[in-house]
Design a protein around this ligand. Structure first.
Ligand SMILES: NC(=O)c1ccc[n+]([C@@H]2O[C@H](COP(=O)([O-])OP(=O)(O)OC[C@H]3O[C@@H](n4cnc5c(N)ncnc54)[C@H](O)[C@@H]3O)[C@@H](O)[C@H]2O)c1
Length: 414
């Protein structure tokens, strides 16, 4: 099979490499010339795809900015970004741009699958009219389906191969065509009746996480006020063998998916006179967490007779999640800026993020960077960082991730 991938980011590049490893030939298209050039040279910008793995797949991959090369493929997977506008409304620009470009190059017999996360109705109402500008009919001349990407950056136990793949076809025949595309790389395919079911199922997954993270964060704020250890509460509740799923408190939500995708549904729901209260509330609680963390830091310093102004503070872990360097929507940035705004002298350490160009900071070397700082704040707990050593070097540590629990009195938990 010859597979086309449109959008070579966190989603598209791993797909390209995985299909190449399954002996498919790949045409990878991206509008970013610099990205295409560096991929051709074997440089991966996605941590989950090490350079060596990309190098191993290069023989089967052709990376290009030219959509026309997709004409010869059997299937085209669309993995372009779905961001929000400044007004926090869906920005379908990249998606519509890709669909328009595809209309000029697709041919009879191809299967086109949208993987980008989006609101229900995108495939049918937005993709179909643009793709049919080609003169070809969806469901007759070419197959069309939606199949949400479920990648969890940094995760190695669940991959494209062993994570069930949800697929919804524009017609039953489109569904079967899409299933055949994924068969070489996915062990289990979950057929659903329409693209809309598949589109909404992805949003439900993301919203489920966002709401549950907000719930435990709100509980953490309350537990703090009540003088109860939230981590002990979560540990205790998680012993229930059924009806409870463990979520942990933290500094707020980051990444592309959770802070952004739920608002695609909020926007769409308005068309149906529904206001999605859970999504809004979860967003509100999670957005407040960096401010709560700031208050905890100020209180921690105050309790030892110090003010935040002029305090030497080390932020440990600035990416949005452990084990990866992805900075998108990272709450650590917010906390760092808030502390700076209060006059603190802030440095950071993150093995995955060598510098924060906009803030004029480079990752501090350890152990020197933690030595004698007034406060170390563990915002993201990367597995390769020795948090205990940091807690021993710093005068005080505020741990927002519960990785230094029970250490000593100079270590405070969220
Ligand atoms: N990152 C994740 O963990 C994740 C997980 C599941 C789903 N998703 C969804 O997958 C989609 C892609 O996300 P991502 O993280 O890979 O984004 P990304 O920003 O990492 O990559 C997107 C790529 O698409 C390219 N692009 C933009 N417009 C284009 C166009 N018109 N034509 C061709 N290429 C274009 C960009 O240059 C970029 O290289 C989004 O809808 C996202 O919500 C992401």
């Amino acid at each position: 099979m010859k597979i086309g991938i449109v959008g070579l980011g966190y989603v598209g590049l791993p797909l390209a490499v995985t299909f190449a490893e399954a002996e498919c030939d790949i045409i990878g298209v991206d509008i970013d010339q610099a990205r295409v050039t560096s991929l051709r040279e074997g440089h991966s910008h996605v941590e989950d795809i090490p350079h060596e793995r990309l190098a191993g797949a290069l023989g089967r991959c052709r990376f290009t900015t030219r959509f026309v090369e997709l004409h010869e493929t059997d299937a085209i997977l669309v993995c372009v970004p779905t961001p929000l506008t400044r007004n926090r409304e869906p920005d379908l620009g990249p998606l519509l741009g890709a669909a328009q470009a595809l209309a000029g190059v697709i041919r009879r017999g191809q299967t086109i699958i949208l993987e980008s996360t989006t609101f229900p109705g995108t495939t049918r109402q937005h993709m179909v009219p643009l793709l049919e500008e080609s003169g070809l009919r969806a469901g007759e001349d070419f197959a069309l389906a939606f199949s949400p990407e479920r990648v969890d950056p940094g995760r190695t136990d669940y991959t494209l191969r062993n994570t069930p793949k949800v697929v919804g076809g524009y017609t039953p025949a489109c569904l079967e065509a899409a299933v055949a595309v994924y068969a070489p790389v996915c062990d289990e395919i979950v057929r659903v009746s329409t693209p809309e079911v598949a589109e909404l199922s992805k949003l439900l997954e993301n919203i489920f996480r966002s709401v549950n993270i907000a719930l435990v964060n709100e509980m953490a704020i309350l537990a703090d006020r009540m003088g109860i250890d939230i981590w002990e509460v979560v540990d205790a509740a998680a012993t229930k063998p059924y009806g409870f799923m463990r979520f942990e408190p933290g500094p707020g939500m980051g990444g592309h998916c959770l802070p952004v995708d739920p608002f695609y549904l909020t926007w769409k729901a308005r068309e149906y006179d529904i206001s999605t209260e859970f999504i809004e509330l979860a967003g509100k609680v999670n957005q407040q967490m960096p401010y709560f963390c700031l208050e905890r830091a100020i209180r921690a310093l105050n309790d030892v007779g110090k003010s935040v102004k002029g305090a030497r503070i080390l932020i440990v872990g600035v990416s949005y999640k452990a084990g990866v360097g992805d900075m998108r929507e990272s709450p650590a940035l917010k906390i760092l800026k808030l502390l700076r705004g209060r006059g603190a002298d802030v440095a950071y350490h993150d093995p995955h993020v060598p510098e924060l160009v906009d803030l004029g900071l480079r990752s501090a070397e350890l152990p020197a960077g933690a030595d004698g700082v007034d406060l170390a704040i563990i915002v993201t707990a990367h597995p390769t960082v020795d948090h205990r050593a940091i807690a021993e070097s710093a005068q005080l540590t505020l741990d927002l991730r519960g990785v230094t629990r029970g250490l000593d009195a100079r270590v405070l938990q969220l």
